[in-house]
Write a protein that binds this ligand. Structure first.
Ligand code: GLN
Length: 291
């Protein structure tokens, strides 16, 4: 068996060869590919950095090996969740896009984004269509059965949006039996189940679509994470937030495949640096006031 150093050296050569090829062929693919921020990964830093993601046995996980060999890491998200991810033309921008770019930079690989349905993210991860999830994604025990979560990087809470002047729904308890719009498969969806029967929950592809039906009077309320809720209300006159929250606080983290402990180590290092410098909060501010 080869030593760890030899393995890394070989993988690096392969990764570099592939990244040259990857750049040349980028324009041929339909997949949206991007580098948020201006920093292209500096390949000269790669040798030092690839030493970090080593498993205990000295071998890379299959997940990390695939990333290094292909010279790219594939980020899965649902880009309708401002300020964490939203579309700007063909690009996906936002707090998670910035974090994803830093992870790619740390690994010395390209970042590719796949913008998909939110409830398809876990399957896309286990079927290796994507390498990690960053989607304002809340840690939950059922999700932990499917993936490994990174350290947390943001606290959120489920928030109730109603039409201005609604006299029937003033507190969370008033949601009982009401028609509630949510994004399918989200913690807002699971929270709604605690207040109303399943047949009264209308599931949308994203919370903005739910907000349109709330404005039209087809829904009594929408439940969604607090920052997206604030942005929805700011953009939709006639909608307001209830002061009382719908659930306990929750926390966002990134998800990787269960074998990818070494990738997780790198992700946690990136998050630790970004949290220590206050950069994540700066991005939250920056992307909350885009429009
Ligand atoms: N935080 C929520 C969840 O993880 C919603 C995330 C989202 O809609 N992108 O379910």
């Amino acid at each position: 068996m080869k030593t760890k150093k030899q393995m890394l050296a070989i993988l690096l050569v392969i990764a570099m060869a592939f990244s040259v090829y990857g750049c040349a062929s980028n324009g041929d693919t339909d997949q949206p590919s991007q580098q948020p921020g201006n920093d292209l990964p500096d390949k000269t830093e790669a040798p030092e950095q690839t030493e970090e993601p080593s498993g205990e046995g000295g071998e890379m996980s299959e997940s990390l090996e695939k990333i290094m060999q292909s010279g790219k890491i594939v980020w899965g998200t649902n880009a309708a969740f401002a300020p964490f991810e939203m579309r700007k033309g063909d690009d996906v921008i936002g707090v998670d896009a910035e974090i994803a770019a830093k992870i790619a930079e740390k690994l010395g690989v390209e970042l590719e984004v796949v913008d998909m349905k939110f409830d398809g993210l876990p399957n896309a991860l286990t079927s290796k269509q994507i390498d990690f999830i960053a989607a304002g994604y809340t840690i939950r025990p059922d999700r932990e059965e499917q993936m490994l979560f990174s350290d947390t990087y943001f606290k959120a809470v489920q928030t109730i949006i109603v039409q201005e002047g609604n006299t029937e729904i003033k507190t969370a308890a008033d949601l009982e039996g009401k028609t509630i719009g949510v994004q399918s498969g989200t913690t807002g969806d699971f929270t709604a189940e605690e207040y109303t029967a399943d047949e009264n929950i209308i599931r949308f592809n994203n919370a903005m679509e739910a907000a349109i039906d709330l404005s039209n009077g087809r829904l009594d309320a929408v439940i969604v994470d607090d920052l997206p809720a604030q942005m929805i209300v700011a953009e939709n006159p006639g909608l307001v937030l209830l002061e009382e929250k719908a659930a306990e606080d929750e926390e966002y983290a990134l998800g990787v495949r269960k074998d990818a402990e070494d990738l997780l180590e790198v992700i946690n290092e990136v998050l630790a640096e970004l949290k220590a410098s206050g950069q994540i909060n700066e991005w939250v501010e920056e992307y909350s006031f885009l429009n």
